[in-house]
Design a protein. Structure first.
Ligand SMILES: Cc1cc2nc3c(=O)[nH]c(=O)nc-3n(C[C@H](O)[C@H](O)[C@H](O)COP(=O)(O)OP(=O)(O)OC[C@H]3O[C@@H](n4cnc5c(N)ncnc54)[C@H](O)[C@@H]3O)c2cc1C
Ligand code: FES
Ligand code: FES
Length: 503
């Protein structure tokens, strides 16, 4: 039976039963709720003008996360608390410290980007602890400002902590009248959210479309097997653009987001098993524990709102040739586990992508998890993303090199590449050119020539084919320059931190 969506909006319970499931949160806020403080800039998750903050229960605590409302589909907010910029100012007009700091530091000119910056800073403010300059850079990497310039906004991010903390924070507005401290407000919010939990998931329908959000991996697999024609959706950071940019009617949507067990990350003898529903942020944090050399590549993957909404499974299943996780996962010899009803099968990741945005996933099958084998001893690992901008840019080329050097020879090599073929690709010919050869500049220079010829990339707006080939070869030359004649290969993750190689 169809049920309404229930969420807390700026502290008040709202139920929705008449809005098409593929409506974005931004469209709903602005057009149905008349909350026009949240702006539309790009409508594709790139500029941050639409940022709102979402609180969810995370065990005993609340997790506060920034979200790009322009690419969040409304039913995915069921059971959450959404806060827009309108909620920050107190009823008596007192500004929240984040807003006051922006005023004090002259952080706004035309003001179009300002609500988005304020909400990204508010999310940072709600996360415990003092923010370093690096934390602020990371938090704001997804917000663009065309006129103020970033310096005053960065100053505001430092200043917000110096201003008096709110006495209490009670949804829309806050009081300075001796009301309960923020901790009590949060407890109340957590209780309200607990009351909205749906042990059986959500089945919502309106305007001829349906949103099914099963509450477990098993129920999700059953729903997909029963509706093989339905569009699977996870964080929607790819799928929502089919709505906002291509105006597609997605029909029945089956969401993975309510299946908590699909987001589980576990370690066992077979390695690290990352549930397809794990957010990119959680998946990268888990990978970072074993493969810290990949950290910079993960920092350069989109922005915080995209990394917390988007999933690793979505990146892999979407199969974009410029998707960033796959070259690294291919180099790490990852497998994907697919599930149809109760039946599962495993596949090497490099065999999963069979053509431009085509995968080996059968109708009705879901991607259940990605399994990364344990770190082999003596692994030399590097990954580099090359794009036009450092932050929030799509790769022109991505390469990941995983080598084992034993007694001065390359015992084993696996190379994953992105942006150079119709699919995320393994560079097998180059691997062969490396295996068994001495670890030397000459070997890598010769293999770089093979790598430059291994793929036939295309010219597009991001880079020419010739540039892509040259960059790919140069990244292998860079491996030599970076690792040196005696590569300090780690046998344990701690070794990397000790040698300063983890960055
Ligand atoms: C502003 C912006 C910046 C971005 N930057 C980057 C970047 O730097 N690098 C990069 O690689 N990507 C980037 N992306 C792309 C996107 O964020 C990722 O691909 C993300 O991982 C997709 O995950 P999702 O959960 O949002 O997937 P969705 O959009 O929900 O789904 C994507 C596809 O995967 C399928 N799918 C999802 N989960 C499953 C499952 N369990 N089983 C079967 N099919 C499934 C869906 O049907 C759909 O076809 C960016 C996107 C935006 C909007
Ligand atoms: S409108 Fe640009 S990120 Fe949403
Ligand atoms: S103040 Fe004008 S875009 Fe930022």
């Amino acid at each position: 039976m169809a049920e309404p969506i229930r969420l807390l909006l700026n502290g008040a319970l709202v139920t929705v039963d008449d809005v098409a499931p593929q409506t974005t949160l931004l469209a709903w806020l602005r057009e149905c709720r008349r909350l026009t403080g949240t702006k539309e800039g790009c409508a594709e998750g790139d500029c941050g003008a639409c940022t709102v903050v979402v609180a969810r229960r995370d065990g005993a605590r609340l997790a506060w996360r920034p979200l790009n409302a322009c690419i969040a589909l409304l039913p995915s907010l069921d059971g959450t608390a959404v806060f827009t910029v309108e909620s920050l100012r107190a009823a008596d007009g007192t500004l929240h410290p984040v807003q006051q700091a922006m005023v004090d530091c002259h952080g706004s000119q035309c003001g179009f980007c300002t609500p988005g910056f304020v909400m990204s800073l508010f999310a940072l403010y709600k996360q415990a602890g003092a923010a370093t300059r690096e934390d602020v850079d990371v938090a704001l990497a997804g917000n663009l400002c065309r006129c103020t310039g970033y310096r005053p906004i960065l100053d505001a991010a430092q200043r917000m902590r110096e201003l008096p903390a709110p006495d209490g924070w009670r949804g829309p507005g806050r009081a300075r009248d001796g009301s309960p401290p923020a901790a009590a407000d949060e407890e109340r919010l957590a209780q309200q959210l607990a009351a909205l939990a749906r042990p059986d998931g959500l089945d919502y329908a309106a305007a001829g479309q349906r949103w099914i959000a099963p509450a477990s991996e098993e129920a999700l697999a059953a729903a997909c097997a029963a509706h093989p024609e339905a569009q699977v959706v996870a964080g929607a950071t790819d799928v929502a653009l089919w709505v906002t940019k291509q105006h597609r009617d997605l029909g029945t949507l089956i969401a993975t987001t309510a299946a908590a067990d699909l987001a589980r990350i576990g370690r066992g003898p077979e390695g690290l098993a990352i549930g397809a529903g794990a957010s990119l942020a959680d998946a990268f944090a888990a990978l970072d524990e074993t493969f810290p050399e990949l950290r910079e590549a993960w920092f350069r993957f989109a922005s915080v709102p995209i990394r917390t909404a988007g999933t690793l499974g979505g990146n892999v299943a979407n199969g974009s040739p410029i998707g960033d996780s796959m070259p690294a996962l291919i180099a790490l010899a990852a497998q994907v586990v697919l599930r149809h009803g109760a039946t599962t099968r495993a596949l090497a990741l490099e065999d999963f992508h069979v053509g431009y945005r085509r995968t080996a996933r059968a109708p009705g099958e879901i991607l259940a998890r990605i399994v990364v084998p344990p770190r082999p001893p003596g692994l030399l690992l590097r990954a580099w993303k090359v794009g036009k901008r450092y932050d929030q840019d799509i790769s022109s080329v991505f390469a990941c090199f995983a080598l084992r050097v034993e007694d001065g020879r390359i015992a084993h090599a696996r190379i994953g590449c992105g942006g150079v073929a119709p699919v995320p690709a393994r560079a097998r010919r180059t691997e062969e050119a490396l295996a068994g050869r001495p670890w030397s500049e000459a070997t890598l220079a010769q293999a770089a020539g093979v790598l430059e010829r291994e793929f036939a990339p295309i010219d597009d707006m991001r880079a020419s084919a010739g540039y892509r080939r040259r960059v790919l070869g140069n990244l292998l030359r860079r491996l030599w320059l970076d690792a040196g004649a005696s590569p300090r290969v780690a046998t344990r993750v701690g070794d990397l931190a000790a040698t300063g190689e983890a960055r």
